[in-house]
Write a protein that binds this ligand. Structure first.
Ligand code: NAP
Ligand code: HSE
Length: 440
């Protein structure tokens, strides 16, 4: 193969994802090269600690600690940013794009925080930014939205976007496993972020929801403006209560647009899903996304949402697109190069307009009149009770009270929660979960 048919790749990051990419790229290199008509060569790899032992071996001569040098190396055409974080990752990404290179990224935190700047830089300097691995691991949801479903507008996209949380919830529900042990296992398996709080507090799913909302609606929504709640306060008792009521519990990202009012809501929270809902039965590290398009109807995507191999699959698909782009120039099939949707007048929906039913778990003093006081607070905010489950403690004079509501809205429920927490008979911080009823 002639020299002009060699494309050099630089990896910034050789951890869980970086090693997976190189492991599988080496395995599939022959087929990829035959299909793409180019030779893919690993030029340099930036890591923090070159002496660290790694499962995937590399010649020491390829290693550097200088990620910017990889980004700016004129011989490198494709830079894979697989370090994580938003500071150095941003610098590396912008530097490579300014040089007109293709950047492949799995970094949803970076895209959520700096997506507008990254895409503007790519457009200005003729660089390209591919990010299939940033959402839902091995599921090609980015391609589905911008290519396969390009004819559609999207009134509702919802699903499980965090593999770590789904793994934890599944293990807690099925095996009654303690939260901390399962979280440690998820880290060991390479599912969790370096800062696992991003996973369990819902921020990682919010970053991914921001990317999907931008793809579907052309607007960047800052996670600060979303409802973002994690799974760290869910207890085994919540699974039992949910099952009694006919639900499972999943951490969902929900992106809803009302095209009549042009209002958009993006939120992430643990959600009670009816047991018959397909997504309620997607377990372990698997992600699942339901995308409703106005032309196609509802489509569903399920696959591994985290971990080395699933993520490597998505990164390598971007590397293949990048190689085709560098080898053959603009490709009509590559609609990922189509400009983003104009946001138009889309605005964020006020809390009153986010409607649904709710599950409220309270620990209360087991005394006469307590339920009446709680019901009175709820009535004051026009929240109607649908069901009550009460379990008294045999030891400390408290009772666990689980109330579900008829349809209400976020504003009413948040003020209800605030006022109920202030009652002297409520002894612990209440837990509010949303009940998700979606048409499939
Ligand atoms: P990781 O295992 O922690 O690997 C990070 C890599 O970046 C390591 O090789 C580390 O070097 C290197 N690195 C960190 N800071 C650096 C610096 N200042 N200079 C040079 N190298 C540096 O993380 P990961 O799980 O592979 O995740 C990487 C990215 O993919 C993140 O954005 C993450 O959100 C995203 N992602 C991960 C998954 C997953 O399942 N793990 C799935 C989808 C997306 P050392 O090895 O020397 O420490
Ligand atoms: N920590 C993320 C998750 C990795 O568990 O989903 C995949 O983005």
């Amino acid at each position: 193969m002639s020299k002009s048919n060699v494309i050099k790749i630089g990896l910034c990051g050789f951890g869980t994802v970086g090693q997976g990419v190189w492991k599988h790229l080496q395995r599939t290199k022959g087929e990829m090269e035959a299909r793409l008509g180019v030779r893919l060569e690993l030029a340099r790899v930036a890591v923090r600690d070159p002496r660290r032992k790694r499962a995937v071996r590399l010649p020491a001569s390829k290693l550097t600690t200088d990620a910017m040098a990889v980004a700016c190396d004129p011989a490198i055409g494709i830079v894979c940013e697989l370090m994580g974080g938003t500071d150095l990752a941003r610098q590396v990404t912008l530097a490579a794009l300014r040089e007109g290179k293709v950047v492949v990224s799995a970094n949803k935190a970076l895209i959520s925080a700096h997506g507008a700047e990254i895409f503007a830089t790519a457009r200005k300097h003729g660089g390209h930014f591919f990010f299939e691995a940033s959402v839902a691991g091995g599921i090609p949801i980015i391609k589905a939205l911008r290519e396969g479903l390009v004819a559609n507008r999207f009134p509702c996209i919802y699903g499980i976007l965090n593999g770590t949380c789904n793994y934890i919830l599944t293990q807690m529900e099925e095996l009654d496993a303690p939260y901390d042990c399962v979280l440690a296992e998820a880290k060991q398996l390479g599912y969790a972020e370096a800062d696992e709080a991003l996973d369990v507090q819902g921020w990682d799913a919010a970053h991914k929801a921001a990317v999907l909302a931008w793809l579907a609606h052309g607007r960047w929504v800052d996670p600060k403006h979303m409802i973002v709640e994690g799974i760290d306060r869910i207890t085994p008792a919540d699974f039992k209560n949910a099952a009694t009521l006919g639900y499972g519990i999943k951490l969902l990202a929900i992106i809803v647009r009302d095209f009549a009012t042009d209002e958009l809501s993006v939120r992430v929270h643990p959600t009670l899903l009816p047991e018959g809902n397909v997504i309620a039965n997607v377990n372990g590290v698997y992600n699942a996304i339901s995308v409703t398009g106005d032309v196609v109807g509802t489509t569903l995507y399920i696959g591994r949402g985290a971990g080395q191999d699933a993520t490597a699959s998505a990164v390598i698909s971007d590397i293949a697109d990048a190689a085709a782009l560098l080898r053959h120039g603009k490709n009509l099939h590559l609609t990922s190069e189509v400009a983003p949707l104009p946001a138009g007048g889309v605005k964020l929906a006020p809390l009153e307009r986010i409607r649904g039913c709710y599950y409220l778990r309270l620990t209360v003093r087991d005394q006469p009149g307590v339920l009446a006081r709680i019901a009175s607070v709820m009535a004051r905010h026009h929240v109607s009770i649908a069901s009550v489950i009460q379990n008294a403690s045999e030891t400390d004079g408290t009772a666990s009270l689980v109330l579900t509501t008829h349809e209400s809205n976020e504003r009413a429920m948040q003020t209800t929660l605030r006022d109920v927490s202030r009652l002297a008979s409520v002894v612990d911080r209440p837990l509010l979960l949303r009940i998700g009823e979606f048409s499939e």
